[in-house]
Design a protein around this ligand. Structure first.
Ligand code: ZN
Length: 172
């Protein structure tokens, strides 16, 4: 298992639409293991493959509390089957948009069909943080970031800040 580098905005890769996975085999499982390690290392609760530069429709998540036992979740080719019309608001952040947070409204509940770590078809009925998190991660598969829901002004301020940060960083 390997901790990979997380790509941050602005980066064209994050805007790419990820491709469906034909088969969940050893390579995909190795990728999911690496993604989980990378996510835990960065103290995140969700990560999409494109965030480490791989445009595959794969997501890992763990929304369990830090002190408790780990509850990793794996989603391959997730599809939203049903969305609740009512909205929930959470303050969201993203490992690819470091140190930026904003309140985002999303459907409060959703049903998601996906393949699990073993390639078995599953249906998840999500609500609360789980529903918000899976929708945030699934946006990554379409090249969408949470800052895209903000006003143009707010979004451009965040991107400017991140670009400046990047140009001032020397990775030695
Ligand atoms: Zn994210």
């Amino acid at each position: 298992m390997t901790v990979k580098t997380i790509i941050t905005e602005p980066n064209k890769l994050l805007r790419q639409v990820s491709k469906s996975v034909d088969h969940v085999g050893k390579d995909e499982q190795k990728l999911m293991d690496d993604m989980l390690d990378t996510m835990y290392d960065a103290n995140g609760i969700g990560l999409a493959a494109i965030q480490i530069g791989i445009p595959k429709r794969i997501i890992v998540m763990d929304i369990s509390k830090k002190e408790g036992e780990k509850e990793p979740r794996y989603f391959v080719n997730p599809v939203i089957k049903n969305k609740d019309p009512s909205k929930a608001t959470y303050e969201e952040g993203c490992l690819s948009v470091p140190n930026q947070f904003a309140e985002i409204d999303r459907p409060s509940k959703c049903d998601v069909e996906y393949l699990d770590y073993n390639g078995e078809k599953q249906l998840l009925k999500a609500d609360g943080l789980l529903a918000t998190c899976i929708q945030h991660e699934m946006d990554h598969l379409e090249g969408i970031l949470f800052i895209d829901y903000l006003s143009k002004l707010k979004k451009s301020m965040i991107i400017k800040k991140l670009s400046k940060l990047k140009s001032n960083t020397a990775i030695l």
